[in-house]
Design a protein around this ligand. Structure first.
Ligand code: NDP
Length: 249
């Protein structure tokens, strides 16, 4: 079984996907800023020694992106076999607030973390991706298709990320690279807590998100990961260049 890299693997959906891929026999490179959280779940899940490699990655910082990619390319399993899969799961919903008053630096940071960093990290990993072909999965959102008042940065980045995946499917086809996007539904993670904590100022649908949580509509990340697994690994059923929604599988 080959090596899969997952960004945003310290908690939430990334943690669940990393643990699941590992139980299916894959070596997982688990990337995030807070590597201590990753080491903690690796212990909690009783992961086989050496089969998950936690690495520091801050997508807001181009030097961190370069170091993480260099560390990945130097891993013996990657140097020998290349990278079989790459999940661009890390994401940040902030800043929340009206476009007319949102902080410029926070808006630009969202572009870097959710979109530009994805391109930079992928480009740096390219040599390992083309060795034996690579399946790339971007974690999309309903926000890529629907404008949500107060989420301008997040909606723009997720819409851009959908097109980025389609572009990669086109340009990577000749070198064995497949790319799909998948929206995971409403997942019970720290991101949803951040959304509820943002408050209604400049965010009129805040009460809807509070209600979804109150009424038990958030799905545990482990359940979403199970439903996503075929999208990650089954290229015939889920062809390159397409976008899927976990609620329609
Ligand atoms: P969480 O907030 O629980 O996890 C986000 C992950 O991204 C964490 O592991 C975090 O790790 C990492 N991350 C955040 N900022 C950075 C950064 N600057 N550099 C590197 N890693 C970073 O969110 P979810 O698990 O809910 O989100 C996973 C994906 O699913 C995201 O792309 C999100 O947009 C998408 N999504 C989620 C939905 C939901 O309802 N939860 C709905 C639709 C889409 P650390 O802080 O350690 O760096």
């Amino acid at each position: 079984m080959g090596v899969w890299a997952i960004t945003g693997a310290s908690r939430g959906l990334g943690r669940a996907l990393g643990a699941l891929l590992n139980t299916h026999g894959h070596h997982v490179v688990a990337l995030a800023r807070n590597v201590e959280d990753t080491f903690a779940w690796v212990r909690e899940e009783g992961v086989a020694a050496g089969s998950v490699t936690p690495l520091v990655l801050d997508l807001a910082d181009v030097s961190s992106i370069a170091s993480a990619a260099a560390a990945m390319l130097a891993l013996p399993a990657v140097a020998e076999h290349g990278l079989e899969g790459l999940v661009h799961n890390a994401g940040d919903v902030l800043p929340v607030g009206s476009m007319s008053s949102v902080d410029d630096d926070a808006w630009a940071r969202s572009m870097q973390v959710n979109l530009i960093g994805v391109q930079q990290f992928t480009k740096a990993l390219w040599p390992a991706m083309v060795r034996g072909g690579c399946r790339v999965v971007t974690i999309s959102s309903g926000a890529s298709l629907r404008p949500i008042h107060g989420w301008s940065a997040y909606c723009v980045t997720k819409a851009g990320l959908d097109m980025w995946a389609r572009m990669l499917a086109v340009e990577g086809a000749d070198v064995g690279i497949e790319a799909v996007a998948v929206a995971p539904g409403i997942v019970d993670t720290a991101m949803q807590a951040t959304i509820r904590g943002a408050g209604p100022d400049g965010f009129p649908s805040h009460a809807d998100f509070v209600g979804l949580h109150r009424d038990g509509h958030l799905v545990p990340p482990e359940e979403v990961a199970k439903r996503l697994l075929p999208v990650l690994t089954d290229g015939e059923r889920f062809p390159s260049g397409q976008r899927f929604d976990v609620r329609e599988l």
